[in-house]
Design a protein around this ligand. Sequence first.
Ligand SMILES: NC(=O)c1ccc[n+]([C@@H]2O[C@H](COP(=O)([O-])OP(=O)(O)OC[C@H]3O[C@@H](n4cnc5c(N)ncnc54)[C@H](O)[C@@H]3O)[C@@H](O)[C@H]2O)c1
Length: 254
Amino acid sequence: MSRLDGRVALVTGAASGLGLACATRFAAEGAQVFGVDLHQPDEWPGARFHVVDVADEDAVARTISDVVQEHGRLDAVCNAAGVAGGGPVHLVPLAEWERVLRVNLTGTFLVCKHAVVPMMDQGSGSIVNFASIEGIEGTEGGSAYNASKGAVVILTKNMAIDYGRRGVRVNCICPGFIETPMFRSVMDNEGMAKYRERYRDEHKLGRFGRPEEIAGAALFLVSDDASFVTGHALVVDGGFTAGMRAGVLEGLGL
Ligand SMILES: NC(=O)c1ccc[n+]([C@@H]2O[C@H](COP(=O)([O-])OP(=O)(O)OC[C@H]3O[C@@H](n4cnc5c(N)ncnc54)[C@H](O)[C@@H]3O)[C@@H](O)[C@H]2O)c1
């Protein structure tokens, strides 16, 4: 038996990167997976795909209601829709700040708001929000993005407190730098290319992460293996936040 047999899952940001990796893994584990994104991917591993902006409350409410009507339940939600953006605060236009917060924070809030109701009704459910290590530690020029992700961490913990007695678990994942289209859009731009190695080396495993490695963590959190895990910010970062490594032990082969 697969780990998500008979489960109904909704994944946002499902057309790309981490959302698509989660949808693919959940479907392989037996779930009926519904995708949400601004556009449909060429190949969709799940049941149905909804072209929806996660910051549009009516569309989010309608989509979740359609999924629940079709299957009578909603067991797992993965909030992976997100955008990069920021810069040092004095250079960030208000419109840029609002664009990032609108998707990363408001979008996550809206999907949580409408998904948690059917989960409470059925007395079970697991929500996994996508934060970031940049939501628990600062990074240069992080501003809007990092603020949005820090807010997702605390939103997650608050929801865990509010809905635990109703059988709903709420956790978030804080990935390190994972090779996805978003990662490439940041790392491949002209100004960043020369810092790429520095970022890679901060991961103590000596490499960037792969989307499947985040999907594995998401699978754990939505599965019964995590039945006593809620309110947790799970860092999956190849050791990026473990501490400083200067290379002092290189002479010992470490
Ligand atoms: N890749 C990384 O290194 C990394 C690290 C930490 C956290 N994250 C977070 O993980 C999540 C997934 O990132 P990714 O790297 O897969 O990025 P990605 O750009 O590959 O995928 C994000 C998806 O979200 C969708 N999206 C954007 N705005 C949307 C909206 N308004 N409504 C619906 N969908 C929308 C995009 O169309 C895209 O398909 C994001 O929240 C990101 O902030 C990524």
